[in-house]
Design a protein. Structure first.
Length: 358
């Protein structure tokens, strides 16, 4: 009997992401700060860090290229100053890239007029930032309805939509509260509801939970996962917390000094780091939370198999059970048939850090 694993909704999205249409892409995006940045790039399309320093320019984003699939939760992460928030602002064109292309739904946003950009942001983009930026003189319902009022949506329709979003994020009964009467987590829920009120095609979240206490932060991560399971939005999320990233992401891009160092699933990054920097970045990750049954499995043998687990199930989700059973578990592929096995010893070795996954 296959194990029911609540984390599979995220794992399944990771497996399917590459087969979906591209919702958002950037190609060769640069963002340089300093005098004459565009002219410098025109004469030297791929300058080194040394060349930038010599020219007195700061390479906040350097030759970034990535594709985000429709319905995917894609996370940019890195240390402070790595360029992740600057790249997000380039993707939404809140700031102008120095070079490159940003393509949203097949259209290069860098060729859109200011009026067209305003309409795209109003109707197709939702944004949530670290600071809640709620309007203190408006109630919860009025804050959530505010972007709809900017769109000119009639009062009755926007109130109904705002109430729907308030209920969606679990704040029913607090519609008439003011921001000062809410906890930090509740205020962030209002910000999330407000960003969803316009029914965005893509959702940008820039470290939305980093100012929250750890328990509230985890609660908000769970809330985001619940909302995503219902809404299936295309999400671009910024964080510096790898534990947060592996919990939420379909794929992750790790950035350093303005460059994208590696893109992959959390399991890819932990088990196959492309550079020493990525290896160091992921060194303290609890591998059992990231590595799947398929990543740890061995060829099938004649041993009696205690039960079956999905190939995408994380080792942490069945570790206690397999150790207690003292017998291998079959690993089931997409059609439910065994494609390998995981042994209790392999799980114990992984948990103890004695052996890399096969």
């Amino acid at each position: 009997m296959n194990q029911v694993n609540p984390a599979l909704s995220v794992a399944a999205r990771r497996a399917e992401a590459t087969g979906r249409p591209v919702k958002l892409a950037c190609r060769g995006v640069w963002k340089l700060f300093g005098k004459g940045a565009e002219q410098f790039l025109a004469g030297q399309p791929s300058p080194s860090a040394a060349a930038l320093a010599e020219a007195g320019l700061i390479g906040a984003v350097r030759d970034a290229s990535v594709e985000v699939a429709e319905g995917e939760t894609f996370i940019f992460m890195g240390l402070s100053g790595s360029g992740k928030s600057t790249l997000l602002r380039c993707l939404s064109r809140l700031i102008e890239p120095s070079a490159g292309e940003v393509v949203f739904e097949g259209r290069n946003l860098l060729q859109a007029s200011e009026r067209e950009l305003i309409e795209i942001r109003r109707h197709k983009m939702g944004m949530v930032f670290q600071h809640f930026a709620l309007l203190p003189h408006l109630t919860v319902l009025e804050n959530v309805a505010f972007p709809l009022s900017v769109q000119g949506v009639p009062r009755e329709r926007r109130a109904a939509r705002a109430l729907e979003m308030v209920e969606l994020v679990g704040l029913k009964g607090r519609e008439g509260f003011y921001p000062r009467e809410l906890s930090g987590g509740q205020q962030q829920r209002v910000g999330i509801a407000r960003s969803l009120a316009v029914e965005p095609q893509i959702w940008f979240l820039d470290e939305p939970f980093s100012a929250l206490d750890p328990l509230i932060r985890r609660e908000m991560q769970s809330e985001l996962m619940r909302l995503q399971s219902v809404l299936h939005k295309t999400v671009v999320f910024i964080t510096h917390d790898f534990d947060e990233a592996i919990r939420l992401a379909d794929r992750i891009a790790i950035m350093k000094d303005g460059e994208i160092i590696q893109i992959g699933t959390p399991e890819d990054l932990v088990t196959r780091p492309a550079t020493a920097y990525v290896a160091e970045f992921t060194r303290d990750v609890q591998r059992a939370k990231v590595i799947s049954a398929q990543g740890l499995m061995q060829p099938l043998t004649a041993n009696a198999l205690a039960r079956s687990v999905d190939a995408r199930a994380k080792v942490a989700s069945f570790a206690a059970d397999i150790v207690a059973a003292g017998a291998p578990f079959a690993v089931a592929g997409e059609d439910g048939r065994p494609i390998g096995q995981v042994t209790p010893q392999a799980v114990v070795d992984l948990l103890a850090g004695r052996e890399a996954p096969r």
